[in-house]
Design a protein around this ligand. Structure first.
Ligand code: GLN
Length: 283
């Protein structure tokens, strides 16, 4: 039988095992369901056996690079507290740039129609819905597990968003056109070495395999059928894909093609406006 450990001893154990102090404190706060100041002022409190077991389980997983968000089961995005599971990608702060741009596009519209393609935890759709209560926000995902998480988040936050299960535009047939289509699709190239570090996240949400451009291409190709004239398509992409995405948009007949950079200054979101006119070759 292990001796009960105090808060300070558990922290020390985690730090000695290789965890940064801030992460050890964050996990311990989640185990004890307490805030930072409580933790700091209760150094000598013992952990219950159940708390210690959970903390040590998380420690082992964290040392295997399981993201903190999966351990504690949530991640903050655009001021919203979202549940995440290994069925969903963990929302990244960089994606807030896409939300900002989406909100700017919607600024002049009343009761706009918006759809988030490949919504995962629902991060983009719910951030937009929270900022624009008048918008009709839809979210699509091909993963039933992910869509369940997104719907749970919408319910917990009290945000009325419509969920559709299926591959890209398939479940939207019969929908009236949208003012705005947004997506953070899988775009990492199949042989990108970063996938190793991201191995605990769903691979199908990170990469379409190949050069990473196939889903971005699919979305660009099919979005016009569901956009109102003057509607916008905004796509998140990899730091080195901006030119390829801009070409896809130009070739499909989008105008006003432009780029936004992420918080680290990298090209991250490219968008274009669908004027409604077809090209002379009928595409
Ligand atoms: N931005 C994520 C990453 O590289 C990838 C997200 C995605 O593929 N949509 O960590």
């Amino acid at each position: 039988m292990d001796m009960p450990l105090t808060v300070a001893q558990a922290l020390q154990q985690a730090i000695q095992a290789g965890l940064p102090r801030a992460e050890a404190q964050y996990l311990l706060q989640a185990v004890l369901k307490c805030g930072r100041s409580w933790l700091i002022s209760h150094d000598t409190d013992p952990l219950t056996p159940a708390q210690l077991e959970r903390f040590q389980d998380w420690l082992v997983k964290r040392l295997d690079e399981v993201p903190l968000a999966y351990l504690v089961g949530e991640k903050e995005f655009f001021g919203l507290r979202l549940a995440v599971t290994p069925d969903t990608l963990i929302p990244r702060p960089d994606t807030e740039v896409l939300v900002q741009w989406a909100l700017e596009r919607l600024a002049g519209l009343t009761a706009p129609r918006v759809v988030d393609m490949g919504t995962g935890s629902g991060a983009i759709a719910l951030a937009i819905a929270a900022q624009r209560p008048d918008a009709a926000v839809h979210m699509v995902d091909a993963s039933a597990g992910a869509l369940k998480v997104a719907v749970g988040n919408a319910e917990r936050l009290g945000l009325p968003v419509q969920a559709h299960l299926g591959s890209w535009f398939e479940p939207l047939s019969g929908q009236p056109p949208f003012d705005l289509i947004v997506s953070n699709p899988p775009y990492v190239a199949g042989n990108d070495e970063h996938l190793r570090a991201l191995r605990h996240e769903p691979r199908s949400a990170l990469t379409p395999e190949g050069n990473g451009l196939s889903d971005l291409g699919h979305l660009t190709q099919h979005a016009p059928a569901l956009l109102v004239p003057g509607g916008w398509l905004l796509l998140e992409h990899g730091w080195d894909q901006a030119e390829s995405v801009a070409s896809l948009l130009h070739e499909r007949g989008f105008g006003d093609v432009s780029l936004r950079r992420d918080l680290g200054g990298q090209p991250r979101v490219t968008g274009g406006c669908w004027a409604g006119a077809r090209r002379a070759d009928g595409r």
